[in-house]
Design a protein around this ligand. Structure first.
Ligand code: FES
Length: 107
């Protein structure tokens, strides 16, 4: 894939886009790096496709079972803020997408 880095402003955040205007990001998690290149999928689906184990239950932002720590970078919740409790520095991969390169910590 021919990638040309550029950025666009989206809700005051920076989104990485390729030459075809598709968003993508690098996800660093537990010493591996995963490409997020399909914004039709959630972060959880992307991690599963890369065989990164993440606990989950509802897959829709209600239960909080998928909660992981966001060490660096930014994400967004395309369908609105989830209902499950999220502590400082935590995200719910089942209903978010990265909008920058991100670093996660999964226990
Ligand atoms: S799996 Fe339930 S909030 Fe993510």
């Amino acid at each position: 894939m021919d990638i040309k880095l550029s950025a666009k402003a989206l809700n005051n955040n920076v989104t990485l886009i390729d030459k075809d205007n598709n968003s993508f990001a690098k996800i660093s998690v537990n010493n591996i790096v995963v490409d997020f290149s399909d914004d039709k999928q959630t972060l959880l689906e992307c991690l599963e496709n890369a065989n990164v184990e993440v606990h989950y239950h509802c897959r829709d932002g209600f239960c909080g079972a998928c909660r992981v720590s966001l060490i660096a970078g930014e994400i967004s919740y395309p369908n609105g803020e989830p209902l499950a409790y999220i502590g400082d520095g935590e995200i719910l991969p089942c209903c978010c997408i990265p909008i920058t390169d991100i670093t996660l910590e999964i226990d």
